[in-house]
Ligand binder design. Structure first.
Ligand SMILES: *Cc1c(COP(=O)(O)O)cnc(C)c1O
Length: 474
């Protein structure tokens, strides 16, 4: 047996490269990253392509070369589709990918601290919990609030709605009488969450929006009155602070008062808009966010982190913990510490140590850089909103945050603007996306990438003028 073990050890040890081999891999990776970042501004924001074959992706017994993987990255992954970390990305809600976050990820992946339990990594858990505390303070939640870093807004929403369901004791006996209120502009991850956490049998009321795509609070009140008179139980009101389509912010304060009056859970989806709280002039717009029972924010949007970080904050932190704590015999060594375990605040047990990718850039660059970058985006969007009109475009309401809508007023606007967005995608210098609002097609300009500055917005306007010319003369 010793002979067998020793012979296996030879190959097993190749999984742990020696410092000299590491240095080579390290250098190749660094060269690739530097090359990528150097070319980033010149590359297309969108490259349409047939589904590529990952030609060199072979997994065999002997293993291969780093250079093969970097080749695939360069030719078949990093040049096709949306270049989401470029400042020319103005579609959907742009992501970011601060370079310092990548370093945080690297550090977390190398040391692989288990930040789910205080017992396993007291420092890692304290770091995550301090970030949660900072976020709670940003939102205006009390010291008894708590939360969880998740992979994104979708999972964060599942945690929020699970907690709401437990606090309000929604069971098979009352689910069909329980009512949820939201607007047609709510993000579809919440429809998914409603299904996933077993609330699919609740009654869902779509409350109409006003011309700025914000929930009409009078219609919400009316619906609640009707429902309570009919013997139904209002359970959950969902507001959005920054809708994906138009960046609209629902009337958070008024909805909070209505929620209190009817004793419902009040959830605010601030996945896109939440971090505008860092901008002094935007605080007024988000007033009332502290009245929520739960808030979801996406650091991989508003804090410019790479994809894979969302956050849920629950005002009643104990309810979050009660909802997500289960005991297991093999975990007994980890019990008995005062600090809240991240693993007791959501569905994930073992997870990536997400705190570092968020803490490192905040620490290195300081908050003032984030505040400036977010405020710059607000003004860039307002600038775009003004300038696009001088090209003859019709626009949506003045941007509440950093998303705006536009379309060309042609005889058949939907067909014309469909051709225009196709021309924009064909051009690819800047990426934008379109949406249907009440059946009408609009093009969106969403400014949130940290690399988007005035030069990019001017370039996007030029591209749109070029594409307009192409479509008009077609
Ligand atoms: C992006 C977004 C979500 C979903 O979050 P993911 O991080 O993509 O899972 C939810 N709500 C709003 C308003 C969003 O913009």
């Amino acid at each position: 047996m010793i002979e067998k073990i020793k012979s296996l050890e030879v190959l097993a040890r190749t999984l742990d490269p020696a410092p000299t081999s590491r240095a080579i891999l390290w250098q190749q990776t660094q060269d690739y990253v530097e090359g990528f970042l150097k070319e980033l501004g010149q590359k297309k924001a969108y490259q349409k392509a047939e589904l590529p074959q990952l030609s060199k992706l072979v997994i065999n017994e002997e293993g291969g070369l780093m250079s093969d993987v970097l080749d695939i990255m360069k030719t078949e992954i990093d040049h096709v589709g949306i270049n989401s970390t470029a400042g020319q990305h103005l579609g959907y809600i742009p992501g970011g990918a601060l370079w310092a976050s990548a370093l945080g990820d690297l550090l977390a992946a190398v040391s692989n601290r288990y930040a789910g339990m205080y017992y396993a990594s007291p420092g890692g858990v304290l770091l995550e919990n301090q970030l949660i505390r900072w976020l709670c303070e940003l939102v205006g939640f009390p010291a008894t609030a708590h939360g969880n870093l998740s992979s994104g807004g979708s999972i964060a929403s599942i945690i929020a709605l699970t907690t709401a369901r437990e606090v309000h004791q929604i069971r098979s006996t009352n689910v069909r009488k329980s009512v949820i209120y939201f607007t047609p502009q709510m993000h579809h991850c919440l429809n998914k969450a409603i299904q996933i956490v077993g609330l699919g049998e609740c009654i869902c009321r779509l409350i109409p929006v006003n011309q700025r795509f914000e929930m009409d609070p009078d219609l919400l009140r009316k619906q609640l009155e009707q429902d309570t008179s009919a013997g139904l139980s209002p359970f959950l009101i969902i507001a959005t602070a920054g809708t994906t389509d138009t960046g609209a912010v629902d009337p958070l304060e008024e909805m909070a008062m209505i929620s209190q009056q009817y004793n419902t859970w009040y959830h605010i989806d601030a996945a896109y808009g939440g971090f505008f709280l860092l901008v002094e002039r935007m605080k007024e717009r988000l007033k009332g966010i502290d009245q929520a029972d739960s808030v979801v924010m996406d650091p991989h949007k508003g804090l410019f982190l790479p994809f894979g970080t969302g956050v849920v904050l629950i005002k009643d932190g104990q309810a979050l913990v009660n909802t997500h704590t289960q005991e297991a015999s093999y975990m007994i060594d980890a019990y008995g510490f005062d600090e809240i375990n991240p693993a007791d605040c959501g569905p994930e047990l073992t997870k990536h140590f997400r705190g570092l990718r968020m803490w490192l850039p905040l620490h290195l660059h300081g908050l003032q850089a984030f505040r400036a970058c977010l405020e710059e985006k607000v003004f860039l969007c307002r600038y775009f909103h003004e300038e696009i009109q001088t090209l003859g475009f019709e626009v949506g309401p003045p941007p509440a945050l950093s998303v705006t809508l536009f379309r060309y007023p042609a005889a058949n606007p939907t067909a014309f603007n469909k051709a225009l967005i196709e021309a924009i995608h064909e051009d690819g210098r800047y990426f934008m996306s379109s949406t249907l609002i009440e059946g009408e097609l609009w093009i969106r300009c969403a400014v949130l990438n940290f690399r988007t500055h005035l030069q990019e917005i001017k370039g996007a306007l030029e591209m749109i003028a070029d594409c307009l010319e192409i479509v008009r003369t077609a």
